[in-house]
Ligand binder design. Structure first.
Ligand code: DX5
Ligand code: ZN
Length: 217
């Protein structure tokens, strides 16, 4: 695998000055911008929708990595594509109320990268049949809904298993990622790191991003 990709989650950014926050992480070496979309149904929190993603698109040329924690993703996918998403990740759980194979195809047909994700409680078996139909597997390392939770090391077996089955796809981890848990995730085969708190609550964003990459020099 090549270089580690760092995707700051703007959920932890200061939304009263979102433009400044995005310019700061971009200057600090971020590779992608991770946008967490929550609908108050699939997860117990509400964040923001396609309109804000469109604003973010206007603020940066970095790829926008959109993580849909919503019901009926198929209904909203076209709006996020129109807003400028480069990758869209959907949940595999039945509670997300969509046809997983169909939604993944819909994302790809629109020329966008397709990602699939699973909650910590969900078995790896549910995503395994899709591994050759996706560009990225997102292994949630916290139960989704809120930033600032602790990393669940027990999820590393999913990362390991996915990497042993497929060397082509991106494997992303999301939740509680800091310098230490990033190192553990990379060791197990992850190559994309989502981080909210450990970047946006740091005083030096560039140092935080370097540390996530394991570059302490
Ligand atoms: C969790 C979200 C994450 C979250 C990560 O529901 O999907 O992207 O923002 O935040 P930290 O890095 O604070 O755990
Ligand atoms: Zn996320």
């Amino acid at each position: 695998m090549g270089r580690v990709i760092v995707a700051p989650s703007i959920l932890a950014a200061d939304f009263s000055r979102l433009g400044d926050e995005i310019h700061r992480v971009e200057a600090a070496g971020a590779d992608w911008i991770h946008c967490d979309i929550m609908d108050g149904h699939f997860v117990d929190n509400i964040s923001f929708g396609p309109e804000i993603v469109g604003w973010v698109r206007g603020l940066t040329s970095l790829p926008l990595d959109v993580h849909l924690m919503i019901e009926h993703a198929d209904h909203y996918v076209p709006r996020f594509i129109k807003a400028g998403a480069n990758s869209i990740t959907v949940h595999v759980e039945p509670e997300a109320k969509h046809g997983v194979a169909k939604t993944l195809q819909q994302i790809r047909d629109a020329g966008c990268r397709a990602g699939l994700t699973l909650n910590p409680e969900t078995s790896f078996d549910s995503v395994e049949p899709f591994l050759d139909k996706i560009d990225m597997l997102l292994v949630m390392t916290v139960h989704p809904g809120f930033g600032g939770q602790s990393f669940r090391a027990d999820q590393m077996q999913k990362v390991k298993r996915a990497r042993s089955l497929n060397s082509r796809i991106d494997i992303e981890v999301d939740g509680g990622i800091n310098a230490e848990t990033a190192r553990i995730s990379i060791e197990n085969g992850a190559n994309v790191l989502v981080a909210g708190t450990s970047i946006f609550h740091a005083t030096d964003y560039a140092k935080a991003i370097r540390e996530l990459r394991g570059d302490t020099g």
